[in-house]
Design a protein around this ligand. Structure first.
Ligand SMILES: Cc1cc2nc3c(=O)[nH]c(=O)nc-3n(C[C@H](O)[C@H](O)[C@H](O)COP(=O)(O)OP(=O)(O)OC[C@H]3O[C@@H](n4cnc5c(N)ncnc54)[C@H](O)[C@@H]3O)c2cc1C
Length: 329
């Protein structure tokens, strides 16, 4: 079994900042485990600018922001394992992870920092009627396909949801040659920022349907169209207001939820509102020595806030270890 002082699960901005601060405070036994083949988390797919205004006093793109911290990780010699998915945790801080090189890895750590981020709700949890046709994606997946892997998921697109990710993805699809036929939002106003409404929707003449929802999906093998309907004040579809929009792709951007699968196995309680783990003022969960930060806790709008939180959790983890393991040395 491998032994480390601090294992950080997730190499996004939260995990990177936690690792950097822990190492700055003198702990050399820090390991980051990251499921993807690169560090930086969701920042890598956010190629628009708008990151880093508070900490760096300039606006960077997501990859530029990530690069600043990845360089620090490399320069400081902080260890990490890529393509490594943590699939189980035990209350005595044993971690089970898997990758193609090592197979299953068992790690005992004095402290654990959970920094697994968040993801969008998939179709299965949204209750949209229709067969299981191909062509339905979350906006995060579409963004990853286009910006990281060079694929466009479809040509005639309808987007459900109007948060910032949905708006940014709508513009990205247009710029890559797709036709975004509508952005559908159940509320009376868009969820995302006003500037994104201007820059991503109005500037590209994308039809915005407020107080509408998707009530059906047509198509057996591949999506062929959606049926949308106006909704009343109780968000119930109004009969007779249905409209059909032909499309080959539906993008869902309905709600971000913490990537909290690992919490279930270990029995860490979650807030019913954010669904993130319950933590105390030290960002420590109910299990001593297991900390959490970043979008896993709740969805943050600004990455700088996440970075500062990561620094703080790195400090708390080092303090915990020094007090509980090294005080007699
Ligand atoms: C489309 C979009 C636009 C945004 N625009 C802006 C903006 O303009 N300005 C701004 O400041 N912020 C913006 N943000 C917000 C900010 O970028 C993110 O909130 C932030 O990057 C999240 O950081 P995180 O470290 O908590 O999570 P993530 O970046 O999601 O990192 C979590 C990491 O954990 C890994 N992981 C998950 N589970 C496991 C596991 N079991 N084992 C191993 N690894 C695992 C994941 O692979 C991932 O790399 C935007 C976000 C999005 C999605």
């Amino acid at each position: 079994m491998l032994e480390w002082d601090i294992v950080i699960i997730g190499g996004g901005p939260a995990g990177l900042a936690a690792a950097i601060r822990a190492k700055e405070l003198g702990n050399d036994r820090v390991l980051i485990l990251e499921r993807e083949g690169y560090l930086g988390g969701v920042l890598n797919q956010c190629i628009h600018s708008g990151f880093g205004f508070e900490i760096m006093q300039k606006e960077l793109t997501g990859p530029e922001y990530a690069e600043v911290f990845i360089r620090k990780i490399l320069v400081m010699g902080i260890e990490y394992k890529l393509n490594t998915t943590v699939f189980d945790l035990k209350r005595d801080k044993i971690i089970y992870a898997v990758n193609e090189v090592d197979g299953i890895i068992e790690i005992k750590s004095k402290a654990i920092i959970l920094a697994t981020g968040c993801r969008e709700r998939p179709r299965g949890t949204i209750n949209i009627a229709g067969s299981k046709s191909a062509g339905i994606f979350t906006a995060g997946t579409v963004q990853k396909f286009i910006n990281l892997e060079g694929y466009i998921p479809g040509k005639e697109v309808v987007i459900l949801g109007s948060g910032d990710i949905a708006l940014v993805v709508a513009r990205r699809l247009i710029l890559e040659g797709a036709n975004v036929k509508a952005v559908i939002e159940v509320n009376e106003q868009i969820e995302g920022k006003k500037e994104n409404l201007e820059d991503c929707i109005k500037d590209f003449d994308i039809p915005l349907k407020l107080c509408y929802t998707v009530v059906g999906v047509e198509g057996i093998d591949r999506v062929e169209g959606v049926i949308i309907s106006k909704i009343d004040e109780n968000k119930v579809p109004i009969k007779g207001t249905e409209e059909y929009i032909a499309c080959d792709t539906i993008v869902l951007s309905v709600e971000l939820i913490p990537d909290s699968e690992l919490l279930k196995g270990i029995g860490i309680n979650q807030w019913t509102s954010s669904r993130g783990p319950k933590v105390n003022e030290n960002m420590e969960t109910e299990i001593e020595g297991i900390f959490a930060c970043g979008n896993l806790l709740y969805v943050h709008n600004k990455v700088d806030k996440i970075t500062l939180e990561g620094y703080s959790v790195g400090e708390k983890a080092v303090k915990y270890i020094n007090e509980n393991y090294y005080k007699s040395l």
